[in-house]
Design a binder for this molecule. Structure first.
Ligand code: ADP
Length: 274
């Protein structure tokens, strides 16, 4: 009599049908949130930094990982000049304003350009995700570089990202890149938490709102691709000033109207995950 084939459990069947390798969660954190923009200069690092600080203000333990290897902004924005300590095996994150931080900018001279090929960037990302002593965190906020290149691929394919937020300004050219960003995350199976419209308007001395970069495009793009629209952040010169001083607006003045927007984002993320 031929032996009967054993029944496969659902879990086993799922495992066998899985084509992509298991993604590694970053150790030391419960959740990893990527902040991304398809275009440079739209306020992605400003968003990542202030969101991290806002999450801390609403009671979460937070890490901030600057994955922008070619253009690290976190050292300047967080006012960090020290080098991380190492025991020869692992790097200790630098703690500033209660946030555990890591950036390639801590390890290099700020004015030295990183002239690296893709595999070196990939290896730096792996070091930052696997060889940093992140500890006891609720969230790591990852400041991804702009675009759809090696870093995004490494992160999305090998590291477990629990959600991605896409930042854009309302111009048509920025929106085209947003669509590319949405398609990349969808293709790589990364959940998009939603889109943020940064620098959406400017309030003049006359109290009127001036939509100098156009209107409603980010929201429309979100709707078109069935993604959540998370909200708008107006143009406010104090955002840049506090960032340049190395003490972001949420840390400097948590009563500021802009800080309240970030605190609202943070509360929503906290409610979604914790
Ligand atoms: P990215 O990370 O996308 O390259 P940054 O976060 O470095 O962009 O921001 C680019 C510049 O725009 C910085 O000088 C920053 O202070 C400024 N900025 C960002 N968001 C705003 C805003 N809502 N209002 C005014 N300036 C902003």
């Amino acid at each position: 009599m031929p032996k009967e084939k054993p029944e496969l459990s659902d879990a086993m069947r799922a495992k066998m049908s899985r084509k992509t390798p298991e993604k590694n969660p970053i150790k030391g954190t419960k959740f990893t949130i990527a902040v991304s923009s398809a275009k440079g200069g739209v306020g992605k690092s400003t968003f990542a930094t202030n969101l991290a600080l806002a999450l801390k203000k609403v009671g979460c333990k937070v890490g901030l990982l600057d994955a922008d290897i070619y253009g690290p902004s976190i050292p300047k924005m967080m006012g960090i000049n020290e080098k991380p300590k190492s025991d020869g095996q692992k790097l200790e994150p630098v703690i500033k304003y209660g946030i555990q931080c890591m950036s390639i900018g801590f390890l290099t001279d700020q004015q030295t350009p990183m002239i690296w090929r893709g595999p070196m960037v990939t290896s730096a990302i792996k070091t930052f995700t696997q060889k940093v002593n992140w500890s006891g965190l609720d969230f790591i906020i990852v400041d991804l570089p702009p675009g759809t290149g090696d870093t995004q691929l490494t992160f999305s394919q090998e590291i477990k990202i629990d959600g991605a937020i896409i930042i854009s300004t309302p111009q048509e050219v920025a929106l085209l890149d947003v669509i590319r960003g949405i398609k990349m995350f969808d293709k790589l199976g990364v959940k998009i938490l939603g889109l943020v419209d940064n620098m959406s308007f400017f309030t003049g001395d006359d109290g009127k709102k001036y939509k100098i970069f156009g209107e409603g495009g980010v929201k429309k793009t979100a709707e078109e691709f069935q993604k959540e629209f998370l909200g708008e952040i107006p143009i406010n010169s104090e955002i840049g000033r506090y960032g340049d001083e190395g003490k972001p607006i949420v840390e400097s003045d948590d009563n500021h109207e802009i800080s309240k927007i970030y605190l609202n984002f943070a509360n929503n993320i906290k409610l979604t995950y914790l």
